[in-house]
Design a protein around this ligand. Structure first.
Ligand code: GBH
Length: 478
């Protein structure tokens, strides 16, 4: 019998994101986002697809809630499509009441089933009109003001929401959007991929601007809504656990720490400690923006909770050469095998993902120690399965590999709670198979199989019924 270390009200459930599930890109006045535009560029999405239909969740919201009920979920994390709320995106642009009503009803319907909504304001689908109008996330003044206005519009429309997430993984918006160019809007220095971009500078500016926009939204929530609505607000950061490639080599030990700083502390240090990590300042010099006193006042202390997304772990080997201008890892290599030849975990469909539950537990402890034991919600965690898309339906539904991932990771989470980490929730990625960004529909992350050819019909997999019982086993009974 596992130790019952999780509180009775532990918020476990599932997560999704607007562009990955909704479809209906022009319904009821929605405006285009940078992902609608990006998907139209040949070669950007592996299977040439887009989120045009996806899981058709905009028209099947009731089916999604039925799925949640079937799993017994206590919480659901979804994101709002900015351009359903404000089709052109800006603070002087018209607000679309039909878009607001869609999400209000979703919140009401969830609450009617006693499922707690966790609402992400921004999961990468930035308004295309603003990207074209003023350079989008690169333009601090305009972007921060427009994001703040969008945030205020949502806070005021949905007082029943008590859990707000400002940004999902600003690392991805910055690095994948403005350094490697793999994600919208696709900026990169590589001129074979994009006519615009400076990988050595733009990503650091975008990350900086996201932090300030986050801080601006939190200030608005705290000053204008928190007292009456009583909710909490935080940012979700991605980052995966690290081990030194050679534990005997101090330079690998240092690099393993530096990798965490370049992914997690880039955002979490300014929020919790009021400055960028020294390792980043040292490597990036004047390419790392500096905070004005006003901006720092917005950012420092701006998390009510830490939203944690994590999937895998890496062995880290330091590099002996000078960092490249476009390096964003911290001058190191990420590997799945260490100096002794140990492998970190089994292959999945995602080249970057190999399950390692011990790493999950280690990372929960690392974040807790560095930031003085903040309240943590794990806002994403999950896995794809090698070859899943090519399997027969019966085989897909019997996803033991994913079920085992959740069993081991939930046990690891309980272990971290025993260690002293303050973890209050866990949202598995994902409620259903969906549009996996640049990988299209070939990679599936759902606990529900979505039959894309057969009219978006949903079939729960084995893992859909694994998460709940595993949490129940670790939860206090009173
Ligand atoms: C999450 O990001 C996203 O929030 C979610 O929307 C997505 O569906 C889910 O993961 C599964 O992928 O630069 O090409 O080598 C997870 C964090 C960070 C994972 C970047 C992939 C390397 C991709 N991601 N990482 S690449």
């Amino acid at each position: 019998m596992p130790e019952r270390v999780l509180d009775k009200d532990f918020a476990w459930g599932f997560a999704t994101a607007s562009y990955q599930i909704e479809g209906a890109p022009t319904a009821d006045g929605r405006g285009p986002s940078i992902w609608d535009t990006f998907c139209k560029i040949p070669g950007k999405i592996a299977d040439g697809s887009s989120g045009d239909v996806a899981c058709d969740s905009y028209n099947r919201t009731a089916e999604d809630i039925t799925l949640l009920k079937l799993t017994g979920a206590k919480a659901y994390r979804f994101s709002v499509s900015w351009t359903r709320i404000i089709p052109l995106g800006g603070r002087e642009d018209p607000v679309n009441q039909t878009g607001i009503d869609y999400y209000k009803k979703l919140v009401d319907d969830l609450l009617a089933e006693e499922i707690i909504p966790f609402v992400t304001l921004f999961h990468w689908d930035f308004p295309d009109a603003l990207d074209k109008r003023y350079g989008g996330l690169l333009n601090k003044t305009e972007f921060v003001a427009d994001y703040a206005h969008y945030a205020r519009t949502l806070f005021s429309a949905m007082p029943k929401v008590k859990n707000w997430i400002t940004f999902n993984e600003p690392w991805c918006s910055s690095i994948l959007g403005y350094n490697t160019g793999l994600f919208a809007p696709g900026h990169t220095s590589d001129r074979s991929k994009s006519a615009v971009g400076d990988s050595s500078r733009e990503c650091w500016i975008v990350g900086h601007n996201c932090l300030i926009a986050h801080g601006a939204a939190v200030k608005i929530y705290r000053e204008e809504f928190k007292a009456t609505d009583g909710g909490q607000i935080g940012i979700t950061l991605n980052g995966d656990s690290t081990y030194p490639w050679d534990t005997e080599d101090p330079l690998d030990v240092e690099a393993a720490e530096r990798k965490l700083e370049f992914s997690i502390s880039w955002f979490a240090d300014p929020i919790y400690l009021g400055k960028y990590p020294d390792s980043m300042a040292k490597q990036l010099g004047d390419r790392l923006p500096t905070f004005t006193p006003e901006d720092l006042a917005l950012v420092k202390g701006s998390n009510d909770f830490y939203g944690m997304n994590t999937y895998t772990a890496n062995y880290i080997k330091h590099k002996t050469t000078e960092p490249e201008a476009d390096d964003f890892l911290g001058n190191l290599e990420t590997l799945f095998t260490n100096s002794k030849g140990d492998c970190i975990g089994p292959e999945t469909q995602s080249f970057w993902l190999r399950p390692n539950a011990q790493g999950f537990k280690n990372l929960l402890n690392w974040i807790s120690k560095r930031y003085n034991y903040p309240t943590i919600y794990v806002t994403e965690n999950g896995t794809s399965i090698k070859g899943e898309n090519d399997m027969a339906k019966e085989e897909i539904l019997d996803d033991e590999f994913r079920a085992e991932y959740f069993r081991t990771h939930i046990a690891a989470l309980a272990g971290a709670v025993s260690d002293g980490c303050k973890i209050k929730g866990y949202l598995a990625w994902s409620l259903m198979d969906n549009f996996e960004w640049a990988e299209g529909y070939e990679t599936r992350f759902g606990v529900t199989y979505v039959d894309y050819e057969g009219g978006q019909v949903r079939y729960p997999k084995k893992s859909a019924k694994t998460v709940g019982p595993q949490f129940e086993a670790f939860m206090k009974t009173e």
